[in-house]
Design a protein around this ligand. Sequence first.
Ligand code: 4KX
Ligand code: MTE
Ligand code: MTE
Ligand code: MTE
Ligand code: MG
Ligand code: W
Length: 655
Amino acid sequence: MRYAETGYHLEIDLARGNIERVETDPKLTELHLGGLGTSVKLHWDRVPPETEAFDDENILTVSTGLLNGTPAYSANRTLFTFISPQSGLLAYPMMGGFFSAELKYAGYDKIVIRNKSPKLVYLWIHNDKVEIRDATHLKGKGALETQDLIREELKQPKAQVAAIGLAGENRVFTASIEQSRSSASRLGGGAVMGDKNIKAIAVRGTKDVYLARGAEFMSLMDEVTEYINFRNTNPIPDVMTILSGIGSPQEMKHTDEKWHTENFMWGNARTRRRDFWSKDNEANWTNAQLTAIQRLISCFNCPQQCGALVASPDSGSRYMMKCFGKLTYAMASYVDDLNFNFRILQRATEYGVDSFSTPQILAFAVELYEAGILTDKDFEGCPSDKEGRFFWLLDRVAHREGIGDILADGVYYAARKIGKGAEKFDHNTIKKHEQLPLKLGMLDPIYYLMYSTNEKISITQIEGNFPQAAFPTREQREAFVRDWIQVPDDRFKQYVLEWEPRGDKSIPYFPTPQMCSEIVDWMEMLHNIDDALGICAGMGSFCLKPPYHIHNYPKLISAASGMDVDEAGLKKIVNRSRNLHRAFNNRRGMRRADEKPPEDHWKRRFPELEEELLSTYYKFKGWNMNGVPTKERLIELDLGYVAEDLEKRGILKDG
Ligand code: 4KX
Ligand code: MTE
Ligand code: MTE
Ligand code: MTE
Ligand code: MG
Ligand code: W
C-alpha cells in the first residue's frame, strides 16, 4: 500500500500514441518526496543535456505534490517541468486550482509526456481510461473557452481541464497554461505544450488517496486550522498591507495599491511614480475593482480566497484574476486606469500568456518605437493611443504576425534580432527572462542573492518568511519576533532585532553576507518543501509567519506518507533535490557569470560586496566558486552519480 502518493505515473508517447501506467519506485519518494523533487530527478535521468525546448526529447511533466489529494489545506499545486524556450534551463511554473487533486484521485502522481503528436490533440484521463483525442476543431480557441468546450464534448462537467490558447499553439515564449481559475504562467510551458501539439489535458478521478496515520494527521491539521484562524484575525502590524496576511497576496480583497503603484516601475520598467496614489486615483481604482469583481474564489481545499472572478466592463464572460497581474498591463502601458487592466487581461488570458513577461515585452516594443528603432512600417495599422497600441501589440504577439513574431520570443531574443541598439533596451531580464519591474535605490543583499541564484529565475521561489525590510523601531522588532514560532533557529530573531533602516546595521552591509546566506537558504528551503508537497506557498514559504513551517511539516509528512522523517531528514531531502536541480542547470551551461540581477536593478551597486555575497553563499551551499555543487557536497547528499556525471563532462574538476 502506498500512502499520500498513488505510486503510479502516466507515461504518454505522443508520436506513437502509446499510453502506459507505470508503477514508481517508493525509494524515490524517500529521496525526493514528490512534486518538484521527483520531477527534477526524472528530468535528470531522462533528458539529455543537449536537448532544446522544442526537441522531441524535451519531456513535459505534469506533477502533483506529495500531499495533493490529502486533507491538507491548500495542497493544490500542479507543477509543470520542461526545458524553457526562454531561459534554456529547467522551468517549473505552477498552478493551483483543482487539477492536481483530480489527477491524484484518477490514480496518478505525474503525467510524463514525450515526443510530439502529428496533429492537435487533447488528453482525456478518466481514472484507468486514458485517451488521446482529436483536437483539430479546437485550433485557435481561447484557453478558457477550450476548457468549457471539452467539458461539454465529454459530458463531464466535473472534469478539470488545463489548456493553452492561441499563444501556446504558436509557441510564443511567454505562453501560459490556464486551468479553471489558475495559471501555470512563467517560462513558456504553453509553448512547449503547443509544440507537442497538445491543446489540453482533461482529468476526472474518483478514487481515494490513503493516509498512513489518518487520525494523527487530522489532529495535526486541527492545529493548523487554529493557527489559520488566528492569522486571519491578526494581521501583522507595521508591514505593508499586502504583506500582513496569509495566502497568496490578497490583491483582490485589498484595494490599497500604494505599495505596488509607487514602488514598482511603470512603462518598460522605467519610471517610479512616488506620488501616484493620490485621493483621486485611489477612488477611481477602488471603484474599478469593486465593480469588476463578481466574487472571490479559492483553489481546492483552501480557506483563503486569493483569486477573484472578474467580468470586464465590455464583455460578459468571466475570468480569474489575482495578485500583481491586477496591475501589470496598466503599469507597463502607463495607463492610469485600472479598468484597462481588467479589459486586456481578459483577452490575454484567452490567448494564454504570462501576465508578468508579456506586458513588459509590449512596453519594450513601444519604447523601441518611440526611440525610432522600430518604425511606422513595423507598427502599420497600430492605433496611436496607449490602450489601443497595447491591444494591437498583444494580438500581433499571440498571432506571431509581423513585428509580433519577433516579440513573441521575449525581450532578450527580440532585442538581439532587432539590433540597431535595441539590446540597450533589454535592461530588465535575468537569465534571458523578464524580471519584476522593480528598480530601487540601495542594493539589498538578501534580494541580490535571491535574484542571482534562484533556479526559477524569478524571486517568487525564494522570497518569503524573513521580513523584506528592517522595522524602524526596536519595539516593532521585539513585537515581531515575540511569537515567531516558524524560525528554524533563534539566531534569525537576533538578525531582525539588530537590523536597522539606516546606518551601520542597514543594507547593503547588514545583514552580513553570512547572515544573508542563512536567510536565503532558509526561505528557499521552505519553497522547495512546498513545491515538493504541492502546497500553496501562501500557506508556507511566501508569507511572514505562515501556518506550515519546518517544525510541523515533518510530522505532517510522516503521518500522511508513513515515512520516518524529522527536521534534519526533511532538510536533507530538499537539499538533495535542490542540488540535483542546480546540477541539471549546470549541465546545461549555467555558471556564476549568469547569476546577476539587471545592472540597473539598484542605483547604488557595490561590486566587491556583491562578489563576496555570491562567494559566501556558494560556500554555504557547498558549491564551488563557479556555482557548481562540489563532489563532497554531492556525495554527502547521496548524489555520487551526479558528481561522476559532472566530472565526466569536465564541469567538475578536482572536486
Ligand atoms: N542607507 O532602495 P529604495 C513582491 C535610500 S516583490 C542609505 O529605493 P525603499 C511582490 C535609497 O538609496 C519584492 N540610503 O527602497 C508582491 C533611496 O534613495 P534614492 C519587492 C538608503 O523605497 C506581490 C531611498 O532610500 N521587495 O513582494 O526603501 C506581487 C529609497 O530606498 C538606504 C524587494 O525588492 C540605506 N541603508 O523600499 C508582486 C525587497 N536604504 O532614490 C511582487 C526590498 C535605502 O535617492 N524591499 N536608501 O537613491 C524594499 O526595499 C521595500 O519593500 C520597497 C522599497 C520595495 C518598498
Ligand atoms: N499569468 C497569467 N496568465 N495568469 C496569472 O494568474 N499570475 C502572475 C504571473 N503571471 C498570472 C500570470 C503571478 S501573480 C505570479 S506570482 C506568477 O505568474 C506565478 O508564476 P507561475 O505560474 O509560473 O508559478
Ligand atoms: N505556491 C507555490 N508552491 N509556489 C509558488 O511559486 N506562487 C504564489 C501562489 N502559490 C506560488 C504558490 C503566487 S505569488 C501566486 S500569485 C499564486 O500562487 C498563483 O496562483 P496560480 O498559479 O494558481 O495562478
Ligand atoms: N514575498 C513575500 N514575502 N510576500 C509576498 O506577498 N508576493 C509574491 C512574490 N514574493 C510576495 C512575495 C508575488 S505575489 C509575486 S507575484 C512575486 O513575488 C513575483 O515575483 P517573480 O516575478 O519574481 O516571480
Ligand atoms: Mg501559477
Ligand atoms: W503572485
